[in-house]
Design a protein around this ligand. Structure first.
Ligand code: AMP
Ligand code: MG
Length: 526
């Protein structure tokens, strides 16, 4: 059935522990990603839901699976733990997808493993649904992340702060190798293990580096570059990962582990949602710095492979860390330039972005709505410019022909009215709004050297999502699902799968939470 080709299981024994999923009592399929299954060539078209539930609960192993739990270590909130490992995740195996990319298929919550420590190896329904929605939202947003293939109710309770329905999540990843996987071998002084792991990830993720002059340094550079770009993309959609431990940072550059993650509603650069992040280590604004810190931990592991001369190895690693900062800065400004509709690059652009963010911070403006309303404003400006009426249009007309018509007040023209309404809608999101109002002319003036106002507005709508998986929506979907009603989950999933669209029936998903709906804290799935 599954065209398995399990490369990780062919690595040395000490890389993993072979372990079978522990059967559950009454598996029921609650979500299945048919499009992804096809992309993975799993041949499940004819398979009925009950059979799918058996497979994606771990009750029935698909032929060719070689189930295993991966060994890894990690820094958790800055503290090194020499052995973590898959405590509740079991890798079934790998398949090569339609694009030729090798992907892991892993069951999360499939029972205890030798790495479970005091945990039960299980997952609760809530975190499973959260991960499902956020993974698929990332896919639709075009940001690298692991994917959701299936979710199954186990029929067994799990015991957390309260008793909750147990569930199993099937995760698909470019690989599950993490910074913490390297730390596992480094902590044991196992240089051969490190080298095997590095060679493995090069052949899997960066095959062009094999045989190059300094492959391990080049690998470190690639991983740093991917993470720097990824984190810039997170900031661009207001995402807070919440638990950026080194065991939750992939080598592939995919976002992984959606435990206590959340998207910003109102902008606050120091925002933290996670109940366990009491110091704000993983606050929105701290994420690039933490990314770099994590890459430094990876660099430390790789030192013995970088150069025989330790001093030279350290210098090379420092070069990579500096490169992380530069790549992040470049990716960050590129992300926000796009969000503002800028096509050209000016040295003052970072200041322009910061000025808007500062207005958003002071005005407690909703992150997603602010940028989406800016798209509306760009569209209204474009229409007014075309009609030769609005402020933007008037400026153009003045510079081009000097032909102003002072007898017509702008609001007399429909395009001007639309522009004023769009401006009002934008400013309404800020309280106070004065800084935002002062920012608008700076933003508009920035376009004097750029044409294509109409295309700009359209472009902005393709980069500023209308719909993100807002916390209050996820919570509501989870509450309904735990009472047996999956309709809100399915509607939310459908909405986040079309983040840039303007479907009238999705309008409610664009809205910020009312005060009483606001989610203040998120919890790990553990
Ligand atoms: P996380 O915070 O989800 O990245 O998990 C950190 C570590 O705790 C990993 O080694 C997990 O495998 C392990 N873990 C989390 N939840 C459980 C659980 N319910 N049972 C066993 N191990 C777990
Ligand atoms: Mg983890």
């Amino acid at each position: 059935m599954f065209p398995f080709d399990n490369s990780y299981s062919r690595l040395p024994d000490r890389f993993f522990s072979s372990v079978y999923p522990e059967p559950v009592s009454a598996p029921v399929l609650i979500a299945f990603n048919r499009a992804l299954a096809e992309n993975l060539r799993l041949n499940l078209d004819e398979t009925d839901p009950q059979r799918l539930a058996e497979i994606f609960s771990g009750n029935t192993l698909p032929p060719g699976a070689s189930p295993l739990a991966m060994a890894y270590a990690g820094h958790q909130f800055g503290q090194f733990v020499p052995q973590l490992g898959d405590g509740r995740a079991i890798l079934l195996g790998e398949v090569v997808d339609e694009a030729g990319i090798r992907r892991d298929i892993q069951l999360k919550g499939a029972g205890p493993t030798p790495f479970s420590r005091r945990g039960d190896g299980r997952a609760a329904l809530g975190p499973v649904l959260r991960e499902y929605i956020v993974s698929e939202a990332f896919a639709a947003l075009g940001i690298p992340a692991t994917r959701a293939l299936a979710a199954v109710l186990s029929g067994d309770p799990v015991y957390r702060e309260t008793v909750q329905p147990g569930a199993i999540f099937t995760r698909v990843a470019a690989s599950h190798v993490r910074v913490g996987t390297f730390q596992y071998f480094a902590a044991r002084g196992d240089v051969e293990g490190l080298r095997s792991l590095a060679d493995y990830v090069i052949s899997r993720h960066d095959p062009d580096l094999a045989g190059s002059e300094a492959p391990y340094l080049a690998l470190l550079n690639r991983v740093a570059g991917r993470q720097a770009q990824l984190i810039a993309r997170w900031l661009g959609v207001g995402f807070i990962h919440g638990v950026m431990n080194t065991d939750n940072m992939t080598i592939s550059g995919e976002t992984i582990d959606f435990g206590p993650c959340a998207f910003l509603d109102e902008y606050d650069q120091m925002k933290v949602f996670s109940s366990i992040d009491q110091q704000g280590r993983y606050a929105y604004r701290n994420q690039p710095g933490i990314g770099q810190w994590n890459i430094a931990r990876l660099a430390e592991c790789l030192l013995p492979l970088l150069d025989e001369d330790e001093q030279k190895a350290v210098e090379a690693a420092n070069g990579v860390l500096k490169g992380f900062g530069e790549t992040f800065q470049a990716a960050w400004i590129a992300t926000f330039r796009e969000k503002l509709g800028l096509e050209t690059e000016e040295p003052e652009d970072a200041e322009l972005v910061q000025a808007l963010l500062s207005a958003m911070q002071d005005g407690r403006a909703d992150f997603t709505l602010t940028f989406r309303r800016l798209c509306d404003l760009a569209a209204a400006d474009a229409a007014a410019a075309r009609a030769g009426g609005g402020q933007a249009g008037r400026q153009d007309a003045t510079t081009r022909t000097g032909d102003e018509r002072p007898d017509e007040t702008p609001a007399d023209q429909p395009d001007d009215r639309r522009r004023l309404e769009a401006e009002a809608a934008f400013l309404e999101g800020f309280a106070p709004w004065q800084k935002a109002e002062a920012w608008l002319p700076l933003w508009r003036a920035r376009f004097s050297g750029e044409d294509g106002a109409v295309e700009r507005a359209a472009r902005m709508r393709r980069t500023n999502p209308a719909i993100i998986p807002r916390n209050h929506r996820i919570e509501a979907a989870i509450v309904a699902a735990s009472e047996g009603d999956l309709a809100p989950f399915n509607r939310l999933l459908e909405a986040v799968s079309d983040p840039y669209g303007d479907r009238p029936d999705h309008a409610e998903f664009t809205e910020a939470p009312r005060d009483e709906e606001r989610v203040l804290r998120t919890f790990c799935g553990t």
